[in-house]
Design a protein. Structure first.
Lengths: 353, 262, 268
């Protein structure tokens, strides 16, 4: 298994030092459960009522990826990057425009039923459950249509409800559930038929910290049981914490695919000058970006306070020059910091723009 | 048998959803009830035969309305709830899932029909005297099944388009007119007859009238059993077309992602 | 113009535009046209053939055709308008609306605007069907009078629909209410037979609905009655329509307060 870095600016594919990386848990010899080659997915939409214009959007633009059994793989990217589309193709909900997709050895296009029997889908959010009936009734329906053997169905439902800690609320209508409870029910629904491979699309979005933490803990548990998980997220700390490998995706393309440490290595010889101030403007950000020696700048322009993360290779040399540009501004702090996965991500995504 | 199981699960699921909100039956009861009342008011002093005629027609409209309405809403409500992905990614073919729901909807249509029957009987104080009860029951059940088959056909179309609601409302009156639920189809222009006769309920209401109304003289010349045969044949045809349509729909939905958007 | 009025007018207008756009967002124009041209035809046909079959001397084809032609707007003005609250609830936009500083009622009225135009178009087409397909005799007709009848009835029934829509703010669903009134109208508004046929206890209901006056006036207009003669039923209709809107507005305010205290807004 090799780590692949796409040098964003030149478009060339570079492998790191030629020696295959085994990832953080040494999975080189495990079978490949997801095999995607050259995946392209285009959407056609029409706008306007009288003069209809056809517009083609390329949501996924030639993606390759392989996921091995037992791996926790993350697709990390901003909104609109193509994560959800990719998951929908992998789960047979969408057909690819081009490319081949093999899931658990079956062709997702030609053998969708075989794929569906073995995968679980956890989409999360407010929608995706029947509100007017109880959790148990929801699970019974899904268990039936996903093919849980009748003999063990009810027992399995009890197990799964206990596992997500919803047993005492199992006979309450879902419309009365809190957001966190609904999320737990989503998880229950996704694993009720004990799939080998589970897809999770932004599982912690909109959850409070405690619920999010519980979700992540459950994800780790599932992998511990031998399941393979592909999750999408736009939270870098989540990818960092959970994933064996992360694919950074933006504008339909994979910019980098590596372990979290491997990705951090992209920025390993850099530092970040973190600037906090008042009254900083976009113009300041642009001036810093234009500065030679600055790799990239990520800015958080709040109404009251602004923070910027300026990636540089030589913090010692760059610090005075950054300070010089900002000398007329109200800067309350300027610190040199170690780069995080977020910086690697920001660099990849920004430089690709 | 996984497919049959998906169907029975969907039947049971539809029942739970219905029982959670039974007030949705009301719109389906109102329409045929009111229409039957209008007809009877026009008679001023309807004969028992006229009452029975109108009541049977009302019952038929109720069953039909429910099938149409529910088939249309079936996948639309999945769109609202966001459960389309879950249904679509299940290893059971969509047609069995929709099929199970359609059977329940047809079954509930009986409640509809019965309500109209009982209400009209009470208001007009005429007892319901059916000429030949076993034949009536048979015709009734077969009509119900043929409606379920027709509902499947419509479901396939509704899966594809988000405009299911418009179609559902838009088809209501055409079907009432076309199937001759309240008047013989011979009153309609002759060139509409092939259309009417391609709808199983048209034969169904005729068979029901043959079995319920003594001395029913305005029926189709092929008589009761001819009607039953026609209904069975048409129902089979609807099922065959549905199977084909659902396959095409599955393919198309996966290609264009139309299913997902609300 | 006062600040309040100007603000309301702006809200009103943008809601109308939103209604039109939203309508085309989830129907394509072909569907809308199908609905526009198809529904009234079959509704009139149904009752015409029933009338032929029943063969009641007092209730002619003309009687039924005119009544249903006018009533064809009900689907648009009552049903669609009544569903405005339902739709907003379904899309989850109702909280956003109610917390806005905009005059809430004018939002709903603005959305109803589009339905008014839709209703007028529907009725016009329906009368064309009555004349061309069902051979209703328009030779003596007072076209101007008929146009006035259609206008007054459309506005009055939309007002009635708005009143029903206020109920939807509180009820679980306004669809059921809308459905009931849509069909009840066929029974009690003199659409298919004279109100006199109805039992005495139902007649007050007939006269509380603007359409009842409308159908009477429509038949008079087609028969050649002058505007002066029409002013009586039309005046009554307008009054009933305005009264309905007032009741609707009051109910709206009351239900809004009630819904906020009881918390039923966040349920579908």
């Amino acid at each position: 298994m090799t780590s692949i870095h796409f040098r964003a600016l030149t478009g060339k594919v570079i492998t790191s030092n030629g020696i295959p990386s085994t990832g953080e848990r040494g999975m080189d010899d495990r079978e490949i459960v997801i095999d995607v080659r050259g995946l392209v997915r285009k959407y056609h939409s029409t706008t306007g009522v009288l003069h209809q214009k056809r517009r083609e959007t390329v949501a996924v633009d030639h993606i390759d990826l392989q996921v091995r059994r037992g791996e926790l793989f993350g697709l990390l990217g901003p909104n609109g990057a193509g994560k959800t589309t990719t998951i929908k193709v992998l789960t047979t909900l969408l057909l690819p425009t081009e490319g081949s997709v093999q899931v658990l050895g079956y062709d997702a296009v030609k053998q969708p039923m075989e794929v569906r029997k073995r995968i679980g889908l956890i989409l999360g959010g407010e929608r995706g459950l029947y509100y007017r009936i109880t959790a148990r009734q929801n699970l019974r329906y899904f268990a039936d249509i996903y093919g849980v053997p009748i003999a063990i169905r009810d027992k399995r439902i009890e197990e799964v409800l206990a596992r997500v800690d919803l047993l005492d609320k199992a006979d309450v209508r879902v419309e009365d559930y809190s957001r966190g409870m609904k999320q737990r029910l989503h998880i229950a629904k996704g694993i009720v038929h004990d799939p080998e491979l589970v897809f999770m699309d932004e599982p912690t979005i909109g959850l409070d910290p405690e619920a999010a933490r519980d979700t992540r803990a459950m994800t780790k548990e599932l992998v511990g049981e031998g399941k393979t998980i592909l999750l999408t997220t736009h939270y870098m700390y989540e990818a960092d914490e959970l994933c064996d490998r992360v694919g950074v995706i933006a504008r339909g393309r994979i910019l980098a695919l590596d372990t979290p440490s491997g990705l951090k290595a992209l920025v390993k010889d850099t530092s970040v000058i973190e600037v906090e101030g008042f009254g900083l403007t976009e113009m300041d950000v642009e001036s810093l970006r234009a500065l030679e020696g600055v790799r990239t700048v990520a800015a958080n322009m709040g109404e009251d306070k602004q923070t910027m993360r300026v990636q540089v290779e030589d913090p010692g040399g760059m610090l005075p020059r950054v300070a010089h540009i900002l000398e007329d501004r109200k800067v309350i702090g300027m610190k040199v910091k170690e780069p995080t996965l977020e910086d690697a991500y920001l660099w990849l995504v920004r430089e690709d723009a | 048998m996984p497919r049959l199981r998906a169907a029975t699960a969907s039947f049971r699921h539809q029942a739970s959803m219905f029982l959670a909100e039974p007030q949705w039956l009301i719109p389906n009861i109102i329409a045929p009830f009111v229409l039957a009342m209008v007809v009877l008011m026009l008679y001023r002093e309807p004969s028992p035969e006229a009452v029975l005629y109108a009541v049977l027609g009302g019952g038929m409209m109720g069953m039909w309305g429910n099938t149409l309405y529910a088939s249309g809403y079936s996948i639309q409500s999945d769109r609202w709830w966001g459960t389309v992905d879950a249904i679509f990614s299940a290893p059971s073919p969509l047609i069995w899932i929709i099929g199970g729901r359609t059977v329940w909807n047809a079954f509930i249509g009986i409640v509809n029909g019965l309500f109209v029957l009982v209400a009209a009987m009470l208001i007009f104080r005429t007892p319901l005297e059916v000429a030949n009860f076993p034949m009536f029951l048979l015709a009734f059940v077969l009509t119900l099944l043929s409606l379920a088959a027709l509902g499947m056909l419509f479901s396939a179309a509704f899966v594809l388009t988000r405009s299911a609601q418009v179609l559902t409302n838009g088809l209501e009156f055409p079907i009432y007119v076309g199937t001759g639920s309240m008047f013989p189809i011979f009153l309609l222009p002759y060139w509409t007859h092939p259309l009417s006769l391609s709808l199983a309920p048209t034969w169904g209401i005729d068979a029901i009238r043959y079995s319920a109304l003594a001395g029913y003289a305005q029926g189709f010349r092929i008589g009761y059993w001819g009607d039953m045969l026609a209904m069975a044949a048409l129902s089979l045809l609807y099922l065959v077309i549905s199977i084909w349509l659902f396959k095409a729909v599955d393919r198309r939905a996966r290609r264009t992602a139309d299913l997902m958007r609300y | 113009m006062s600040e309040f009025a100007r603000g309301s007018l702006r809200t009103f207008w943008s809601s109308a535009v939103l209604a039109k756009r939203a309508l085309f967002a989830w129907l394509n124009p072909a569907m809308w046209l199908m609905q526009l041209f198809g529904m009234s035809l079959f509704q009139i046909a149904f009752f015409v053939y029933v009338a032929i079959f029943v063969n009641n001397a007092e209730v002619t084809i003309e009687y039924v055709a005119i009544g249903n032609a006018l009533q064809s707007m009900a689907y648009v003005s009552v049903f669609a308008v009544c569903n405005i609250t339902g739709e907003e609830k379904n899309q989850g936009t109702i909280e956003g609306l109610l917390v806005s500083p905009a005059n809430r009622f004018s939002v709903f009225v603005g959305r109803a605007m589009f339905q008014i135009v839709n209703g007028l178009a529907t009725v016009t087409i329906a009368f064309l069907y009555a004349a061309l397909v069902f051979n209703v005799d328009f030779s003596q007709a007072n076209y101007l009078g008929l146009a006035v009848v259609v206008l007054v009835t459309t506005f009055a029934m939309t007002g009635f629909g708005l009143m029903l829509s206020s109920l939807g703010l509180f009820l679980r669903t306004s669809m059921i209410v809308a459905n009931i009134f849509l069909f009840v109208g066929l029974l009690v508004c003199g659409v298919n037979f004279p109100v006199a046929y109805l039992p005495a206890y139902l007649r007050p209901l007939s006269y509380a609905i603007p359409m009842t006056y409308g159908t009477e006036a429509a038949r008079m207009a087609v028969g050649g009655a002058a505007l002066g003669e029409l002013s009586c039923p039309l005046g009554a209709e307008a009054l009933v329509g305005i009264a309905a809107m007032l009741v609707g507005y009051l109910m709206f305010r009351w239900f809004e307060r009630l819904a906020r205290s009881r918390g039923t807004l966040d349920r579908f």
